[in-house]
Design a protein around this ligand. Structure first.
Ligand code: C5P
Length: 235
C-alpha cells in the first residue's frame, strides 16, 4: 500500500516451514493439499490478491525451497513473491524472511501458511490499524467452549470467564522497526510475533479476526477447509 501520502510498501511474511506433525505423517504441512491445491498456495494467493499487500516472502521448509518456488511460479500475483529457506522454529523462519525484505517496506504482516482461508477484510483491517498508529496489531476471535483449568489428577479446576478471553489469529501486523527489534532483542519461548513484541514493552492492539481464518492443525481441520472452499465456490 505505498501511496501518495509517503508511506512505504506493505510486506507479508509467511512462515511455512513447519512439519505439521499433528496432521499425521506426510510432506510438510504447507505443501499438503486441500481440495487438490497445496495449503500454502491459498495463503499466498489471499495475501498477494489483497490491495494492501505489495510483497510476500514465504519461508519454506529448507529441503522444499525449490518445490515451493515452482508451486508458486505459475501463479499470477499482483504482489512480488519471494521464497527463502525457513528455520528450525517459527520465529527463526520469520527472522529469515525479515532479512529478505526490500528496503522500502515499512509495514510487515506475519501470516501462518496454515491459515489458508483468511478473508480479505482481516488483512485490510490489520494493515489499516497499523497505519492508524498501532505498532502491533492482532486479529482475535471469541472462544466458543467453556474454558476450565484441569489439575494433574484430571480434576476440574476453576472456570475461566470466557468474556475476557480471545483466540489470536494471523495475519499479525507491525511496523517494520518494531518487528525487527523484537526479532533482534527477544529470545523467549513465545508462539507468535505479538508475544515477542510485547516483551519489548509495546502494547498490542486487537482487531476483529474471522472464523474462516482458523489454523489447519489436525485432520478434522482439513475436512473443514475443504468444505469451506466448496461452500465459497458454490455460493
Ligand atoms: O506449528 P504451528 O501450527 O504453530 O505453526 C504455525 C506456522 O509456523 C505454520 O504456518 C508453520 O509452517 C510455521 N512454522 C515455520 N517454521 C517452523 C515451524 C513452524 O515456518 N520451524
Amino acid at each position: 500500500m505505498s501511496d501518495d501520502v509517503g508511506y512505504g510498501r506493505v510486506a507479508a511474511l509467511v512462515p511455512a516451514a513447519g512439519r505439521g506433525e499433528r496432521l499425521g505423517p506426510g510432506a510438510p504441512k504447507a505443501i499438503r493439499e486441500i481440495a487438490g491445491t497445496p495449503m500454502l498456495v491459498y495463503a499466498v494467493k489471499a495475501l498477494a490478491a489483497s490491495p494492501v499487500v505489495d510483497v510476500v516472502v514465504v519461508a519454506a521448509p529448507s529441503d522444499y525451497r525449490e518445490d515451493v518456488g515452482s508451486l508458486l511460479q505459475p501463479q499470477e500475483f499482483s504482489a512480488e513473491v519471494f521464497v527463502v529457506a525457513g528455520g528450525e522454529s517459527r520465529s527463526e523462519s520469520v527472522a529469515r524472511a525479515l532479512i529478505a525484505l526490500p528496503d522500502d517496506v515499512d509495514v510487515v504482516l506475519v501470516h501462518d501458511a496454515a491459515r489458508p482461508l483468511v478473508p480479505p477484510e482481516v488483512i485490510t483491517n490489520v494493515v489499516a490499524a497499523v497505519r492508524d498508529g498501532h505498532a502491533a496489531v492482532v486479529p482475535v476471535v471469541p472462544l466458543v467452549d467453556t474454558i476450565r483449568t484441569v489439575s494433574g489428577d484430571a480434576s476440574l479446576g476453576a472456570t475461566v470467564s470466557r468474556d475476557s478471553l480471545r483466540a489470536v489469529q494471523t495475519p499479525q501486523g507491525f511496523t517494520r522497526d518494531v518487528l525487527q527489534r523484537a526479532h533482534a532483542e527477544v529470545d523467549a519461548p513465545v508462539t507468535d510475533d505479538a508475544g515477542m513484541v510485547e516483551r519489548l514493552g509495546i502494547s498490542v492492539h486487537a482487531v476483529d479476526g474471522h472464523e474462516d481464518a482458523f489454523k489447519v492443525t489436525r485432520p478434522l481441520d482439513v475436512v473443514l477447509a475443504e468444505a469451506l472452499i466448496e461452500h465459497r465456490r458454490t455460493r
